[in-house]
Design a protein around this ligand. Structure first.
Ligand SMILES: *[C@@H]1O[C@H](CO)[C@@H](O)[C@H](O)[C@H]1NC(C)=O
Ligand SMILES: *[C@@H]1O[C@H](CO)[C@@H](O)[C@H](O)[C@H]1NC(C)=O
Ligand SMILES: *[C@@H]1O[C@H](CO)[C@@H](O)[C@H](O)[C@H]1NC(C)=O
Ligand SMILES: [Ca+2]
Length: 352
């Protein structure tokens, strides 16, 4: 009985971190509860020299709406070449307005960057990706245009188990299929029924009035380039080790990073810091068959402690039946992992 009491006491005192070193397989870094912070920059190349046909100079001059994006898993598609545009894509492509909604299956983070108020310019933002949500999709409306946009569809951030470090992706214009206008400044002409999203090329749609129709060119020059640069990876052990000074420095160097959580393990009465979740055998001489404990299911993860920046989330489980006769039992009753969000960082940029 004394053993049992001790066991209970111990299991509530010791709260163990999930981030125990050396469990991360070298070639599966992104899937192992790491959190990657990326910078996304969109450079736009819509100049009068590269796209002289009907180049919009006034009211409005050539520009791009604010950039909207999300980080998601493979089950979610924000937009895709060849498929019908969702309502929110229609809103962005036709009007340059709207928000992307975060509260849906498969979506981890939504983010935005300011508009590029010229044809040639640049805008940037930061986003977060965890091992489960490792695809990024973005969209920015070409202004003026009927329903044209540039964007990325499910760009993979985890390649061969590692977070990609630095890539540039050149893109051309897409047509959302919801408005039939051919020219940049065509009046609204809703497509009924709507057609699928298509890539606009120098030859297609092959209508001479089309603003991007350059039959003499084999391909259009790129309209925008997305640069994705890895800023930082939060590994399992970060914040659990490392000095307070280091954490503060980290928080200072990146304004969106909040101070990291402190060590989660607690010191037991015998003065030992228990930071190993390894199965502990209760030593007890007994002639009877050892029975391992029964643990409840993990709760779902709590919401992230930060909605703008890097935080952590927690899940817990309970002991359903204590071990008997020297059976074994994991003492891991709580796990923490990193999370990040950019939702609350989104400022109200000027809308079109
Ligand atoms: C646009 O480019 C064309 C040809 O390159 C040139 O003739 C024209 O003057 C330019 N217009 C402006 C406003 O820069
Ligand atoms: C869009 O889809 C069409 C048809 O499948 C394909 O030919 C084209 O290469 C695609 N374009 C882009 C940019 O993905
Ligand atoms: C990313 O790559 C580009 C071109 O290869 C280079 O100019 C740039 O310095 C790189 N940036 C980082 C952060 O590595
Ligand atoms: Ca269209």
């Amino acid at each position: 009985m004394a053993d049992l009491k001790m066991w209970f006491l111990a299991s509530f005192l010791i709260i163990l971190p999930i981030f125990v070193e050396a469990r991360v397989s070298r070639n599966d870094i992104c899937k192992s509860n790491t959190l990657a912070v990326y910078k996304l920059r969109m450079d736009t190349h819509w100049s009068n020299e590269t796209f002289p046909k009907q180049y919009p100079l006034y009211r409005p001059a050539a520009q791009f709406s604010r950039l909207l994006g999300m980080v998601h898993d493979p089950s979610y598609v924000l937009w895709r070449n060849g498929t019908e545009a969702k309502q929110e894509i229609r809103m962005v492509a036709e009007k340059g307005v709207g928000e992307l909604l975060e509260q849906r299956q498969g979506v981890q983070d939504v983010f935005a960057a300011p508009p590029v108020v010229r044809g040639v310019g640049s805008t940037e933002t930061i986003f977060y990706s965890d091992g489960k949500h490792h695809l990024v999709s973005v969209i920015s409306k070409i202004v003026p245009s009927p329903d044209w946009f540039v964007g990325l569809d499910s760009y993979e951030l985890c390649s061969n188990g590692r977070w990609i470090s630095n890539v540039s992706v050149q893109v051309g214009p897409f047509d959302a299929g919801t408005d039939n206008g051919f020219t940049f400044t065509a009046p609204d002409w809703p497509s009924e029924p709507t057609s699928p999203i298509i890539a606009i090329t120098s030859q297609h749609p092959d209508h001479p009035a089309n603003s991007f129709y350059y039959p003499e060119l084999e391909a259009l020059p790129p309209l925008a380039t997305f640069h994705i640069t890895r800023e930082r990876i939060y590994r399992a052990t970060d914040g659990l080790k490392g000095s307070k000074r280091r954490r503060n420095k980290l928080a200072r160097t990146n304004p969106v990073i909040v101070p990291l959580p402190n060590v989660i393990g607690k010191v037991t009465p015998d003065g030992h810091r228990h930071i190993s979740p390894h199965v502990k055998r209760v030593h007890r001489k007994s002639s009877r068959q050892a029975v391992d404990c029964v643990l409840g299911h993990w709760s779902s993860w709590s919401s992230c402690s930060a909605s703008c920046g890097v935080g952590f989330e927690v899940r817990t489980r309970k002991l359903t039946k204590p071990p008997k006769f020297g059976g074994s039992c994991s003492r891991e009753m709580q796990q923490k992992r990193w999370c990040g969000g950019h939702t609350k960082c989104i400022e109200r940029f000027f809308n079109w």
